[in-house]
Design a binder for this molecule. Structure first.
Ligand code: SAH
Ligand code: SF4
Length: 352
C-alpha cells in the first residue's frame, strides 16, 4: 500500500510550503495547481511544464490517486454510471455520475459507511468505517470531471448525497468544496453544490452562520417524531421541533430555498396523515419537497410507494401550498442508491 500523502489533501498554501521545503522556486505551486485542477492530471508525469526531476520527486512524495476503481456499472440507457472506489486502506466508497439533458451531476461520498443508522439506507445498514479526507472527497469530483473532459463535456453540479453524513465530517467536506471552488483551480462555483444532511442541528446552525452559497437539502422522511425516530434514529437526539427551527433559521438568514428529501415508503410515510402533518410543519417556509419512491434494500422490509400513492401524496401537499415533485430514482438497476453497490459486493463476497 502506497502510504504517501494524497496530493489533493493539500491546500494551495500547504503545497506552497512543501515546495519551498523542497527548495523549488515560487511559481511551481501555481503550475502544479493548474495541472491538478485545470488540466485534471492524475499522474505527475503528465505535468509536462515541470522539470522531470521535480515530476519524479512529486511522484515519490505524493499519491495522485485516491483509490482504485473496483467496479463500475452503467444504467441501461447509459445516463447513469457508478463507480466503486477502493481507497488505500481498503475502505470502499461509491460515486455516481448522472447525465441529464442539460446537466452533468456527480453524487459523491463523504464517509465510508455511515454512523446514523437510518433503517432504510444501505449505507446506514453497513455501519461506520471512517471519515474521508478532503482530498478523497475532491478526488471523486475530479474523477468525473476528467471523464467528462475526455468527451468534451463538463461537470455542472455536485450533490453530496452518496455514502455518509456530510455534517458528521464537516471540516473535510467544506475543505473539499473550498478547494474545488478555487478560481485558480477547478473554479467550481459553490452554488453548484448541494449538501444533503440527515439533520444534525448544531452543524446546520454552524453552516447557516457561515453564509455559504452552497445549497442545502434536509432528509426529512417523516413528519411526526414517533415515525421519524423509528426510521432515522438521529431524530431522538434532534427531534422535529429543533430541526425545523434550524431550517427556518437557515432560510431566514440566507434567503435561500431549502430542499427536503422524502423517500416514499409504501403504507409507512405516504399516508394522508403524514402529508397533512408535513404540510403543517412546512407552512410558510421557502422550500421544495423532493418525493422519491424508496429504493428497496436487503435489510429493510419497506417498499417504494406505487405511482398512484406517490401522486396522491404529492397532490395533497400541493393542495396545501407546498411545492413538491415526485422524482424518479436514477439508475435503480445499477443500485445507484446510496451505499447499494458496496453492500451488493459484500453480500456476494460473503456468499461466494
Ligand atoms: N447522509 C445524508 C446524505 C446521503 S443520503 C442524508 O441522509 O441526507 C442521500 C439521500 O438518499 C438522503 O435523503 C437519504 O435519506 C436517501 N436515501 C437513503 N437510502 C435510500 C433508499 N433506500 N431509497 C431512497 N432514498 C434513500
Ligand atoms: Fe447515513 Fe444518510 Fe444513509 Fe442516514 S440516509 S444512514 S444519514 S447516509
Amino acid at each position: 500500500m502506497n502510504e504517501a500523502p494524497l496530493i489533493y489533501d493539500l491546500t494551495f498554501d500547504e503545497l506552497e510550503k512543501t515546495l519551498v521545503g523542497l527548495g523549488e522556486p515560487r511559481f511551481r505551486e501555481g503550475q502544479i495547481w493548474h495541472g491538478l485542477y485545470r488540466r485534471l492530471s492524475d499522474d505527475p508525469s503528465s505535468l509536462t511544464d515541470l522539470p522531470s526531476a521535480l515530476r519524479a520527486r512529486l511522484g515519490l512524495a505524493f499519491r495522485f490517486r485516491a483509490g482504485e476503481a473496483r467496479a463500475t456499472a452503467r444504467s441501461n440507457d447509459g445516463s447513469t454510471e457508478k463507480v466503486l472506489l477502493q481507497l488505500v486502506d481498503g475502505a470502499e466508497i461509491e460515486a455516481v455520475l448522472m447525465r441529464y439533458e442539460h446537466r452533468r451531476t456527480a453524487c459523491i461520498s463523504t464517509q465510508a459507511g455511515c454512523a446514523m443508522g437510518c433503517v432504510f439506507c444501505a449505507t446506514g445498514q453497513m455501519g461506520f468505517a471512517r471519515n474521508l479526507t478532503s482530498g478523497e472527497i475532491v478526488a471523486q469530483v475530479l474523477h468525473f470531471a476528467r471523464r467528462l473532459a475526455a468527451e468534451g463535456e463538463r461537470l455542472t453540479n455536485v450533490v453530496v448525497m452518496g455514502m455518509g453524513e456530510p455534517f458528521h465530517n464537516y471540516e473535510a467536506t467544506m475543505a473539499a468544496i473550498d478547494r474545488l471552488n478555487d478560481p485558480e483551480g477547478l473554479d467550481f462555483g459553490a452554488r453548484r453544490f448541494t449538501i444533503s444532511t440527515v439533520g444534525l442541528v448544531p452543524i446546520m446552525e454552524r453552516f447557516t452562520n457561515e453564509d455559504r452559497q452552497v445549497n442545502l437539502a434536509v432528509s426529512l422522511h417523516a413528519a411526526t417524531d414517533d415515525l421519524r425516530s423509528r426510521l432515522l434514529p438521529i431524530n431522538r437526539r434532534y427531534p422535529l421541533g429543533a430541526l425545523l427551527a434550524a431550517c427556518r433559521a437557515y432560510v431566514e438568514r440566507t434567503g435561500r430555498r431549502l430542499s427536503f428529501e422524502w423517500a416514499l415508503i409504501d403504507d409507512v410515510n405516504d399516508t394522508p396523515q403524514q402529508a397533512e402533518a408535513l404540510a403543517a410543519l412546512l407552512k410558510g417556509l421557502t422550500c421544495h419537497v423532493n418525493l422519491i419512491p424508496l429504493n428497496p434494500t436487503n435489510l429493510y422490509a419497506g417498499k417504494g410507494s406505487p405511482r398512484e400513492r406517490a401522486a396522491a401524496f404529492r397532490e395533497r401537499l400541493r393542495s396545501r401550498g407546498i411545492a413538491c415533485t415526485v422524482r424518479v430514482r436514477r439508475g435503480i438497476e445499477i443500485q445507484a442508491g446510496c451505499g447499494q453497490l458496496a453492500t451488493e459486493r459484500r453480500a456476494r463476497a460473503a456468499i461466494g
